[in-house]
Design a protein around this ligand. Structure first.
Ligand SMILES: Nc1ncnc2c1ncn2[C@@H]1O[C@H](COP(=O)(O)OP(=O)(O)O)[C@@H](O)[C@H]1O
Ligand SMILES: [Mg+2]
Length: 370
């Protein structure tokens, strides 16, 4: 069986390293200190938080993922669902229904798990003020059991209509939950900065920041080599270095490329650099449709800029050389093209550099010389 896992949370023996961060996080949680965990996509933030909580036996995790959230109504529903999942007891859920009667909840029992399932009338729209009620429920659970509350992809709350009000209400409740540690996890750094670092924000300086960086090569490569060895495949150091480079040192992307390398290497064979091409082709064939969908969103000029970025790297997009490769255009039009591609999530900015969100999409663009 392929030993590499990507795309989901990894725990226990699938979780490599991060000893110091695990220690830091668990001591903050034990001290009921709120923290904000920041890092790039697929670097390992969610896994880190889950693993830290898993090791703190007796602490219950209330996990709320705000990824892709578009409205306060949807955020509240997600939070309520997380609460019901944690508090499985029927008597408690029935009680909760009473306090939320204006949301016209109904309760049924899941025929498979026999657990209570709660539905809220979809025609009732939950407003920012419902956030307070949701957090009161959290507080009442926190009185009965040791709790840690995690908001994952928290920056997406900014995409909701009345984001400022929602954030202010969250903050006003959370500051009184002194015995409940809150963990805010976020990917898009400048958006998280807007919430936690901007002096105008309600959350200004309210949580200790923790940064999640790439796993060090020495540690992660040992972990990966062992996984290959278990399946009687020997991976060469040189190949692994290339894997890290192609994947831009992003933990999840490294695992994805290793998964593909494993698939294209028969048992007993060496995983050498010549296998990389086949591994990438395997990834391309799986992801082709989404690459084509991206391309279809772009104008010819944007695509030209994207290809130039793939070839030249994203550090010097305003240099004369870069602008020359995309034809007779001004740096303002290059800038507009890049901004558009950042908006639709093909690219992102790290400091002054512009990077591909998906390094395999970049690799796919390269040989085709678009
Ligand atoms: N500590 C780790 N050890 C090994 N692989 C990891 C680790 N952390 C993350 N990964 C890899 O990265 C992928 C994405 O992890 P995840 O925690 O979901 O990242 P994020 O929340 O930052 O997007 C996982 O599916 C796994 O392949
Ligand atoms: Mg995550």
């Amino acid at each position: 069986m392929n030993p590499f896992k990507y795309g989901s949370i990894v725990l226990g023996k699938d979780f490599c390293g991060r000893k110091d961060l695990l220690k830091q996080i668990s001591s903050h949680i034990q001290a009921s200190q709120n923290i904000v965990v920041l890092g790039e996509r697929r670097i390992g933030k969610s896994s880190l938080v889950y693993e830290a909580v898993r090791k703190l036996r007796g602490t219950h995790l209330l996990y709320m993922d705000l990824l892709g959230i578009k409205s306060i109504d949807a955020s509240c529903r997600r939070m309520l669902r997380a609460i019901v999942t944690l508090e499985k007891r029927v008597s408690w859920v029935t009680n909760m229904i009473k306090t939320l009667s204006h949301l016209r909840p109904t309760i049924t029992t899941d025929p498979v798990t026999s657990m209570p399932v709660i539905f809220f009338d979809a025609s009732v729209e939950l407003k920012a003020s419902s956030i307070q009620e949701v957090l009161d429920l959290v507080e009442s659970i926190g009185k009965k059991k040791r709790l840690v509350v995690v908001f994952d992809e928290f920056q997406d709350i900014l995409n909701t209509g009345d984001a400022n009000e929602a954030i202010a209400l969250l903050r006003s409740k959370i500051q009184f939950h002194r015995n409940i540690p809150y963990v805010f996890v976020g990917s898009i750094r400048h958006k998280m900065d807007e919430i936690f670092i901007s002096p105008n924000s309600a959350f200004f300086k309210s949580a200790i920041p923790i940064s999640v960086d790439p796993l060090p090569y020495e540690e992660f490569s040992k972990f990966l080599i062992k996984k290959f060895e278990k399946g009687h495949r020997k991976v060469l150091g040189e190949t692994l270095r290339q894997v890290f480079e192609i994947a831009n040192n992003i933990t999840g992307d490294i695992q994805q490329l290793c998964e593909a390398l494993w698939e294209v290497t028969p048992e007993g064979d060496a995983v050498s650099s010549d296998k990389l091409k086949a591994a990438l082709e395997l990834i391309f064939s799986r992801e082709q449709k989404s690459y084509e969908a991206f391309v279809s969103l772009l104008t010819d000029f944007q695509l030209k800029c994207l290809s130039a970025l793939a070839k030249e790297g994203g550090k010097k997009i305003y240099s004369m050389d870069f602008i020359k490769t995309v034809g007779p255009h001004s740096s303002a039009s290059v800038n507009r093209a890049m901004t558009r591609m950042i908006d639709i999530n093909i690219l992102f900015k790290r400091g002054k550099e512009i990077r591909f969100v998906n390094p395999f999409f970049k690799a796919w663009l390269l040989p085709r010389g678009r």
